[in-house]
Design a protein around this ligand. Structure first.
Ligand SMILES: [Zn+2]
Length: 911
């Protein structure tokens, strides 16, 4: 939920760190390169309801590339009768098989022959197999739902293969570099339907079972195994009036959601057209389906020609769904459609380039939504949100680079969860776009898609085509390559701070860089350096953006002339590059003077005001800049009318806010925040009044939520009045009078400032609602209570599936954690129930690590550190890597202790 801010995402991100890649540990789990698959024929019979299993035969045509007597491919969790494996040569003469064996650790299957396979010869490998359709979340698995009309449970079978799932569904060369064509036939009971990547061709009766039919699909172009998909269900189809006659666009979902497809079915063809124009290439397949799957393991998956979405991520009721979620869904659809070219038509050679695959799709998704909804300012708002996350997360010593060596299967999954994948990647691509210019960037991408279509590529291939185009168009110095620049950003963790030191008497400025670290206990890092594109503007001529030049390792400490009658200089115009800028005090004071002049502050571009706020707060927090200066800067907010600077300021304040929780001075802080917000609050205080546009809606949500949080009486009263009016309505489940966009915050603050009656009312609504998005809102709001007994009972319920369904349980903790009353309750709950939490998490320990990091983020005394360390030591059996957990919590709590010692008195006297 967006209004919580980034703290939670950040904490979750922290808990994932350390589990990521250890590149020194290598293994030989990659497939040997003796064979290259050319085409697959895959026949799968799906048995639902009675047996929950599948039977299949895969027939793989392949070419021998290096002499060997053994074929090695992936297979795991399948039952294979080794005697039925057949190898034949190109002429379909059988070649004797001496043994078939399995290596479960590496998920490999070895088919050994008595003769040697010859390079350049073609062979045919046929493997019959069976497997179980379980409740798993990878491979070919089952899901169910209750049909509303008949009230009966219905089953479906669906695949999810990225990254290593295909080998669980059929034996194959399950690495993205092995592209081949696929001819798929799916058998299933009559009355059900099947879909796959490619267009349906025909159906015949199953020769061996009169209850079954066989569906045949077109043969695919060459593609990677992780992008395959098939599904058997009783779902219905809605077809779009396509803007593009050659591509059939359909939404597939259970029957009772068919009236919620309007948004997706209208947006899809427009987004496809946008991408076709961007890539300057027709959509590569004949159809594009999007399926809405109950309890799908991830938000969405870009399978070629049939993208799959978790319920709630694709279909919406425009009257009920919050505007911010509508835009998120638009981005998700546009992201998955961008993959149809970038990722599916051209695929990464290996998982090391996953960041580029996801980073580009996300960037294209943002750009696409911005194009389709031009009034929204979507790109600008999202850019700021991405910067907030990346600047924070990537400032830790323990951060990982985007491009990481991946050697073994276990390395891949954590990478795909790595939060900067979806933030730093798009930021870097945007940097290259602004440095090279849209024309060069777009042409470079088009050249890349054209050159590598139906094939594989890696980041260097894209860099080289961008360089070629930039040199051709004269947008990049001939002595410089995109690779030189981008390698410093993708192979190194972190980002730089640009130090700007002016010599006012000499009329010069000296620029230098070092890595920016938000925790300095381990010293500074001035060995790492980046190619930083530098541009600037001055108070002397605010309209002039100086041309870009480069700061790099060779010319660190660059001296350039700057007239001393300029009050100030500002670098990184429009915040297009990921770095912070540290100015000398005189320059800061010049900037502050302009900001605090209501007639002048807008001469500094909005995104630069955002950067000034973010940087000054962060510099003060690490002790590099006096809070006094930052507060003087923030005073200008009384004039600020734009959303993103407020978002930056209020998110930046969050850290301080949390550190003041449970201290005598927190009330003083809240008081001051109230004053600062009062002007904006009076603009938005009429809760019922509708505001339009993505940016304005976000602005209103932010202001109302913070005004209520900082105990603005008028805000609390209005929220309670509205909520209580809803409580009194005749049919509250079908007559929710709370404005849809404000539901989350109104529910939360009504629960926080209300009592048991409000809590019980909302709990009843949660139980009765059948809308996932509504239920998510309510489960969050119920954790906002200030009544400790209610919170404790609520946390206990989160471990009891009969009270809170498992899919909602994980959402219980975060509101309790960010709630001032909730911290002690959550801590006690952790201390008493650690064994139960561990069991509930199916002995994974993932929820526990997240929980522990959340608790640590709010501890700030030596006593708390000691107490928590000994608790973790005592409970070490519940953690996979207890030492890592101890290091993480120690680092976090020490940072808080240090801050409190240095700044607590100072800040509470100043704010
Ligand atoms: Zn993606």
């Amino acid at each position: 939920m967006k209004f919580v801010g980034f703290k939670i995402i950040f904490i979750i991100a922290l808990s994932l760190m350390g589990s990521v890649v250890n590149s020194e540990e290598t293994s030989d789990f990659r497939l040997p390169t003796n064979f290259k698959p050319v085409s697959y024929e895959l026949n799968v019979v799906t048995h639902l309801e009675d047996k929950f299993m599948f039977e299949g035969v895969v027939c793989i045509r392949m070419i021998c590339v290096g002499a060997t007597d053994t074929i090695v491919l992936h297979s795991t969790s399948l039952n294979i009768d080794t005697k039925s494996v057949v190898v034949a040569n190109g002429g379909e003469n059988v070649i004797p098989v001496s043994s078939v064996s399995f290596d479960p650790d590496k998920e490999l299957m070895h088919v050994k022959s008595t003769v040697n396979f010859k390079p350049c010869d073609e062979y045919l490998l046929t493997i019959p197999f069976t497997g179980n359709l379980t409740d798993d979340s990878v491979g070919y698995f089952r899901r169910n739902y209750v049909d509303k009309e008949s009230n009966q449970t219905r089953w479906l079978a669906i695949t999810y293969f990225e990254p290593l799932g295909a080998r669980r569904a059929f034996p194959c060369w399950d690495e993205p570099g092995y592209k081949a064509t696929f001819k798929i036939r799916l058998s299933h009971k009559k009355g059900l339907t099947s879909i796959s990547n490619m267009k349906f061709m025909n159906q015949i009766n199953c020769p061996s079972n009169s209850d079954y039919v066989v569906d045949e699909f077109e043969e695919s172009p060459p593609m990677s195994t992780y992008l395959l998909v098939y599904m058997v269900s009783d779902f219905v189809y809605t077809e779009a009036d396509s803007e593009n006659d050659q591509v059939k666009y359909r939404i597939i979902c259970k029957k009772d959601l068919a009236n919620k497809t309007e948004f997706a079915i209208n947006l899809g063809p427009k987004a496809l057209k946008y991408h076709e124009d961007y890539f300057d290439g027709k959509f590569p397949l004949h159809k594009q389906d999007m399926a809405n799957i109950p309890d799908f393991p991830t938000d969405s998956m870009e399978n070629w020609g049939l993208a799959t979405f978790r319920e709630g991520v694709l279909l919406i009721d425009l009257d009920v769904t919050k505007t911010v979620i509508v835009y998120d869904i638009a981005r998700c659809i546009t992201h998955e459609l961008a993959h149809q070219w970038f990722g599916n038509l051209v695929t990464m050679k290996w998982w090391t380039s996953l960041w580029l695959n996801e980073g580009f799709a996300e960037y294209a998704g943002l750009r696409g939504v911005d194009f389709l909804f031009p009034e929204s300012k979507y790109f600008q708002v999202q850019c700021v949100e991405f910067f907030l996350l990346a600047l924070d997360f990537d400032s830790l010593q323990t951060a990982d680079p985007l491009s990481v060596a991946i050697e073994k299967p276990d390395d891949i999954a954590p990478i795909s969860l790595y939060p900067i994948m979806f933030t730093k990647g798009p930021i870097l691509l945007h940097m290259m776009n602004t440095v090279l210019g849209e024309k060069t960037f777009k042409q470079g991408i088009r050249n890349y898609i054209r050159k590598y279509k139906f094939s594989n590529a890696e980041q260097d291939d894209l860099w080289s085509l961008l360089t070629e185009e930039a040199h051709r168009q004269g947008t990049l110095d001939k002595n410089l390559t995109v690779k030189q620049i981008m390698d410093t950003w993708t192979f190194q963790a972190g980002y730089p701070v640009l130090n700007v030191v002016r010599d006012y008497s000499a009329g010069t400025v000296i620029l230098s860089q070092e890595r920016y670290l938000s925790i300095k206990s381990n010293g500074t890092d001035n060995k790492t350096c980046w190619w930083i594109p530098i541009n600037m503007t001055t108070s002397g001529d605010v309209n002039q953006t100086n041309a870009t030049f480069w700061l790099n390792c060779e010319n660190n400490n660059l001296t350039i002339p700057l007239a001393n009658d300029n009050e100030w200089v500002i670098y990184n115009m429009q915040m297009t590059v990921l770095f912070r800028v540290f100015y000398d005090t005189r320059n800061w004071m010049g900037i502050i003077c302009t900001l605090n002049d209501p007639t002048k502050y807008e001469t500094i571009p909005t995104l630069n005001r955002v950067q000034l706020i973010l940087d000054s707060l962060s510099f003060s927090q690490v002790g590099d800049m006096d809070y006094e200066i930052t507060f003087q800067l923030l005073k200008y907010l009384k004039y600020e009318k734009d959303y993103t600077p407020w978002l930056a300021a209020l998110t930046g304040w969050r850290e301080i806010d949390y550190l003041l929780y449970r201290t005598p001075k927190h009330a003083v802080f809240q008081n001051n925040m109230r004053d600062m917000l009062s002007c904006m609050y009076s603009k938005f205080r009429n809760i019922d009044e509708k505001v339009n546009g993505y940016e304005n809606i976000n602005f209103k949500i932010l202001v109302i939520s913070r005004a209520c949080e900082y105990q603005t009486k008028d805000c609390i009263q209005r929220v309670l009045d509205l909520f209580r009016k809803w409580m009194k309505s005749v049919d509250p489940d079908n007559n929710n009078i709370v404005p849809k966009d404000l539901k989350t915050i109104i529910n939360c603050y009504a629960i926080q400032y209300g009592g048991a009656d409000e809590w019980n009312f909302l709990w009843e609504r949660f139980q009765r609602s059948n809308l996932t998005s509504e239920k998510n809102d309510m489960i969050y709001a119920l954790g906002c209570s200030s009544i400790k007994a209610l919170l404790l009972r609520y946390l206990n319920w989160s471990l009891d599936e009969s009270i809170i369904p498992r899919e909602y349980a994980s959402a219980v903790l975060s509101p309790v954690m960010v709630n001032e009353a909730g911290f002690l309750v959550a801590k006690e709950f952790l201390y008493c129930k650690i064994a139960d939490i561990y069991e509930y998490d199916q002995r994974q320990g993932n929820s526990l690590v997240e929980f522990v990091n959340n608790i640590a983020s709010q501890m700030k005394t030596k006593e708390e550190l000691k107490e928590f360390q000994s608790f973790i030591i005592k409970s070490s059996r519940y953690f996979k890597e207890p030492d890592l957990v101890i290091n993480q919590i120690t680092e976090t709590i020490n940072k808080n202790i240090e801050w409190t010692l240095k700044f607590y008195n100072k800040i509470t006297n100043t704010v």
